[in-house]
Write a protein that binds this ligand. Structure first.
Ligand code: AGP
Length: 592
């Protein structure tokens, strides 16, 4: 998943706009970066391995220009290095191209082009796309026609933006399954993988559907399908740029952790207006008529869906959870009328898109819980419950995990017509604020584990589900190996990993499992583990512990997980790592 941006302007100001857009899209990939522009009838390309900062250090480009494209890369085909960085210039130097996606049949096309005299400078599939389009263009002298012909050959998903040296008044694009939107402003137009890239320049953006292509000029957008020009729908750009700024925070992650209370309050405002739940009857009816509720997601969203699945027991519906990338290859179905619930912060996760396409093909209903209403998944789902959490920029998901669970708690309250959940959620907000106020205690705990090689998290029931998320958070931003273990499973193998000094964090939320978990804690302590317990006030232990206000079990994870978010954040911060942009990762995984 990479970030692409294109800008065409009435002023000579595209250098700064592309730089701004690249910075905003870095969350999509940051192992190499570049931009291209047309000046004095030449295509100039500046690109390098590294981040946006590295690029502008290397090329402190003082020239201004009025048309350009840019790209931040998360390497898929071809290593992260200068030659594989985008933009790619076609062999005969007619076009420059940036690409987000994966071309499955690029090798075959590369052989065909090589036989036709093309030579390649990179190992990427993207350079193949550039040369294929140029190949057709040299025959028909028409980029739009060349885009159409190329789309009939290319297999895979891609969003491309293209500069054509012969037409310096427009930027061409093609979109197939990878995100691409058009931004509109008085000064000119933008293309980007995400409206975030032009949040401070455009109040409106145009959504581009699949297999659409065309071009933008400084005044207009022209969008086509194979059948001809198509109407397009514009949206208000909800991303107010100040919301996406760091403010006084060192990283977005801690800002987003500390936004959690206000984001939960926002959900109460939206989904519980004037003491009435605000969910459509169609959705509640769909839940009522479903004989199974099946959850599908990835990463943190998968960890959240485990909580949602457990909460579903409260409405007496059979429920299952699946990792999207597993289910998409091994789909299994249950019942005659299952409701599939997809969780995706970005709404662009390819593994989940593949699953919803299968579900739609089978004719089953789908609910999406997402932070991105204009996303690919949102267009496909029968029902969408937005998180309204504001942009989540840190790669490590925090506020979205908590608001996904909160939205579902409200949905259950609506389904049961039970307002008691509202007060429980408000109690959770208070508990979270208390944890935020005590974050220095967590900082001290982080100091004790930052040099460790392995860290374990224990729990049972909801606490085990939470341990999975706590473990993912720690490993993805501190690079410390971590594992979540169901307490009862310890003795069936994982306890072999416990040795002197290894940190073990244990979550205690449920009196039902309290004694069993205490036994687990003793099992690891007797083998030398250093135990830290995260406990309800009423479930104190004799070990080093972080005590959290008692909450009803079904909202307890909303607060305890904030401890884990801070723990991971402080360890990463103390290790001097790039907390918001951990190595090898990207925020939106738009490739398989
Ligand atoms: C979360 O911390 C991770 N960065 C990652 O696991 C993420 O949750 C996963 O890629 C799913 O993303 P989505 O919610 O946007 O679908």
């Amino acid at each position: 998943m990479c970030g692409i941006v294109g800008v065409i302007s009435k002023q000579l100001d595209c250098n700064q706009k592309i730089r701004y857009g690249l910075k905003k899209l870095e969350y999509r990939g940051y192992d190499s970066v570049g931009y291209a522009y047309i000046l004095d009838n030449k295509i100039i390309i500046n690109k390098c391995k590294g981040t946006v900062e590295n690029l502008y250090e290397k090329y402190p480009n003082l020239k201004e220009f009025n048309i350009g494209i840019g790209h931040t890369r998360w390497a898929t085909t071809g290593k992260a290095d200068n030659k594989n960085a985008h933009p790619h210039l076609s062999f005969h130097k007619k076009i420059a191209l940036v690409h987000n996606g994966i071309i499955d049949n690029y090798n075959k096309i590369k052989s065909f082009l090589t036989k036709n005299g093309y030579k390649f400078k990179s190992d990427t599939d993207s350079e193949v796309v550039a040369n294929l389009i140029e190949y057709y263009y040299l025959k028909n002298n028409n980029i739009m026609e060349s885009l159409k012909l190329s789309s009939q050959i290319l297999i895979g998903n891609y969003a491309v933006a293209i500069l054509n040296i012969d037409e310096p008044d427009r930027i061409y694009f093609y979109k197939r399954k990878s995100p691409l939107v058009i931004g509109v402003s008085n000064d000119g137009l933008f293309l980007a993988s995400d409206s975030l890239a032009f949040d401070k320049y455009c109040s409106d953006f145009i959504d581009i559907h699949d297999d659409r292509f065309g071009y933008i000029t400084k005044d207009n957008a022209y969008v086509f399908s194979n059948k001809g020009i198509v109407d397009v729908k514009s949206y208000k750009n909800e991303n107010k740029s100040e919301d996406n700024e760091l403010g006084h925070y060192p990283f977005h992650m801690i800002k987003e952790i500390e936004e959690i209370p206000s984001k939960i309050e926002k959900l109460l405002d939206v989904y519980y207006k004037d003491n009435n739940y605000n969910f459509t009857n169609n959705l509640l009816e769909c839940i009522k008529n479903s004989d199974y509720i099946i959850f599908v997601g990835c990463g943190t969203s998968y960890n959240a869906e485990r909580i949602l699945s457990r909460l579903t027991d409260q409405i007496n519906k059979p429920t299952l959870t699946f990792i999207a990338s597993e289910w998409s290859y091994y789909p299994v179905y249950f019942g005659k009328n299952p409701l599939f619930v997809f969780l995706s912060q970005s709404g662009e996760t390819m593994d989940v898109i593949k699953c919803i396409d299968i579900v739609k093909e089978k004719g089953f209903k789908s609910l999406l819980i997402t932070n991105s209403e204009a996303s690919t998944l949102a267009k496909k789902a029968d029902f969408v419950l937005p998180l309204y959490s504001g942009r989540e920029i840190a790669v490590a998901s925090t506020k979205a995990y908590v608001t996904m669970i909160t939205v579902y708690l409200l949905l259950i309250g609506a389904y049961q017509n039970d307002a008691s959940i509202i007060d429980e959620i408000k109690e959770a907000i208070t508990a979270i604020k208390d944890i935020i106020a005590r974050k220095d205690e967590i900082y001290q705990i982080a100091l004790k584990i930052k040099k460790k090689k392995n860290v374990f998290f224990l729990g049972r029931g909801y606490d085990y589900d939470m341990a999975l998320e706590a473990s993912l958070k720690l490993k993805e931003i501190t690079y410390i190996h971590s594992e979540a273990i169901a307490g009862g499973e310890l003795k069936h193998g994982p306890i072999a990993l416990i040795e002197k000094g290894v940190p073990v964090f244990c979550f205690f939320s449920d009196k039902k499992t309290y004694h069993a978990l205490l036994n687990n804690v003793n099992e690891v302590k007797s083998r030398g583990a250093k135990v830290f317990n995260i406990v309800n006030e009423s479930l104190k232990t004799n070990d080093e512990q972080f005590i959290i206000k008692d909450l009803p079990l079904r909202v307890s994870m909303l607060s305890k997980i904030v401890f884990a978010f801070y723990l991971a954040y402080f360890v990463s911060y103390q290790k001097g790592l790039n907390v918001d942009k951990p190595r090898n990762l990207a925020k939106s995984v738009t490739v398989e």
